[in-house]
Write a new protein. Structure first.
Length: 185
């Protein structure tokens, strides 16, 4: 299969031939005032690809989703928080991510962290894979997310942030979504 992506010609295996992985994951929406902290992510198999994503990742064996969320903040941002500081889960979804080298299906729980002051993340605890894929971070104004040149995953992030102030409706059911650099279907 050959596809065009942002002017690049790529060759990708059909989804059924790419390795498939399933996992549970915890993600964190980090908010300070009117901005959200996002990581720049890439697909190394597709030069020029980039999107913005909330911090988070897989839940380790024996770990609760909220413990995983706190651990991921420390690993991906260098931010140490107590699980009591995290709100939620505020939303859940089943996400399918098609990349040039694999298909990842994960059941995600989103937590929120509301900060009074912004901080500067560090890469000190990034894994080798994260150092390869992640290419920065930014505090992005919520009102401008729809106008960014690069996609934001989840696409409804501003709605999710608004939902944080309605704990009586947690967790918001976001259903199944696909966020892919190389489509699965």
């Amino acid at each position: 299969m050959s596809e065009a992506l942002d002017g690049h010609r790529i060759t990708a295996l059909p989804a059924h031939l790419r390795p498939h992985r399933m996992r549970r994951a915890a993600r964190v929406v980090v908010v300070c005032e009117d901005a959200v902290l996002l990581l720049g992510d890439t697909d190394p198999g597709l030069p020029g690809t980039r999107w913005w994503v909330t911090p988070g990742g897989g839940i380790d064996a024996g770990e609760s989703s909220i413990q995983a969320a706190a651990r991921e903040l420390m690993e991906e941002l260098g931010l140490v928080v107590a699980v009591e500081d995290l709100l939620g889960p505020v939303a859940v979804r089943d996400a399918v991510h098609g990349y040039s080298d694999r298909v990842l299906r994960q059941n995600e729980e989103f937590f929120a962290l509301l900060l009074q002051q912004r901080f500067e993340p560090t890469q000190l605890r990034h894994t080798a894979d994260e150092l390869l894929r992640l290419d920065g971070w930014a505090w992005l104004p919520l009102a401008e997310l729809d106008r960014l040149a690069d996609p934001v995953w989840p696409a409804n992030l501003a709605e999710l942030v608004d939902h944080v102030s309605h704990p009586d409706r947690w967790p918001l059911q976001l259903g199944e979504v696909e966020e892919s650099t190389v489509p699965v279907g």
